[in-house]
Ligand binder design. Sequence first.
Ligand code: F6P
Length: 548
Amino acid sequence: MALKTINPTSTKAWSKLQAHFKTIENTHLKDLFTQHENRASEMTIQWEDFYFDYSKHRVSKETLNLLLELADEVDLKDAMHQYFGGEVINATEGREVLHTALRSPKDAEVIVDGENVIPEVYQVKEKIKDFSDKVCNGTFKSYTDQPFTDVVNIGIGGSDLGPAMVVEALSFYSNHLKTHFVSNVDGDHVNEVVKNINPETTLFVIVSKTFTTQETLSNANTIREWFLKHAPETAISKHFVAVSTNIEKVKDFGIDENNIFPMWNWVGGRFSLWSAVGLSISLAVGFDNFESLLNGAHKMDEHFKTEAFEKNIPVITALLSVWYNNFFNAETEAIIPYSQYLNQFATYLQQGIMESNGKSVDRNGDKINYQTGTIIWGEPGTNSQHAFFQLIHQGTKLIPADFIGFTESLHGNKDHQDKLMSSFFAQTEALMNGKSNDTVVEELKDSSISEAHMKFLAPFKIFDGNKPTTTILIKKLTPESLGKLIAMYEHKIFVQGIIWNIFSYDQFGVELGKQLANTILKELKDPNVINNHDDSTQNLIKYYQSKA
Ligand code: F6P
């Protein structure tokens, strides 16, 4: 079985959406609320501890029906069966896409190459549990017989962003271990980290699915050299563990076979935090919390798999994104979590979303003539309010935004929480309603300025409003609710890839730069090596060599 190759723009629903767009593009959100009684509650999905309100979007019931028709016409249902069923939907790499299997229950059956992979998934989970329990409770000791105090995760991309985001997001639940992340090949990164750790009590987790990634191997080698300045060779087996599919390469690096946590090719790097790639998470917050994260994701998988599309959170969020991307021509989407713990959430999603759906060739191999992957960015509120919100409110660009908030805080300081959430609600209200000329004039009348100055000022103080937002209100930031939230975006990626008729699970776009860097590196290391470059690149290399 293969994914269907339906060009979305050739569907009936697409033509209808184009015609419908003309009738709604200038309608203000305020009018949509007036026209549609009970809009707020009808456009809210309450599921488990999630309150998902999409009523502040520039859609009518008809828009939604047409978007749902589009999902049907591209046969999203069939694609979902293939996704969860372990078909080779990553056709360009010849792989299944089964991060969902990593959070499936023990009695589930997911067949890959004729074998149920679930028992193996649970074996690795057992190994993660056993190891993290022993490190956390101090029974797995360092070469100087001390309990570990620090963990350094060495990886990049999917082998870094997921664990780094989750470890920070769940820091409220963390234990005594301090977790550090080294990813950039910029030597300053690794040097800053080793400045703050004690080799006698630090555990190094090298994470690389392929174990060929230049950045990770360079950082791992630098750390090993640094470590061996303080410790004997025999200490390596106590301080270095690895997560990889490439067992031979890990062994060549000198890591003890018992210290290898395997993963599988059917898990994409950017979807791998649920596998042993999440070892640093399990170490930081304990295995039980890691398991709750997985359980949360599994609950979202079930919701996505079984819920009717009109009440299906990942489906609705994906369809809305297609609506803005392909009809309003909005190029970017903002993710604004009102939680400092989710500081790295947008950065993490950038890889998931942009590496997956940043494609311009369709599943037939043809160049695409419509827009695909959106640009994702964002920062936590309220900091972002004092940084880029001006542009969202009064700039010329349409930027749909996801507002993610929690009804209960973790710190328990009600005053701070009320202030935080009043800003949250105020922003989505302001973005939707704006501020009219009449209100502005009314407000200015109360000040003591002249009539002429009032006329001058008024236009600058008007807010058009009509800026769309989704509100995702969750009870509390817990490992489980975080798992649900991440899985929601993973499925959004999938749905959009299906609609845009692209392959979401390869990432050939990151290869060319790597290839050229290898060629240039040879030149930088040896000036006698000469390669052909364009004049600009040639000059830059020469300039660098003259200064370095
Ligand atoms: O950036 C490209 C990429 O292949 C990502 O998809 C992946 O997450 C990252 O590099 C790291 O790869 P690895 O885990 O194999 O070191």
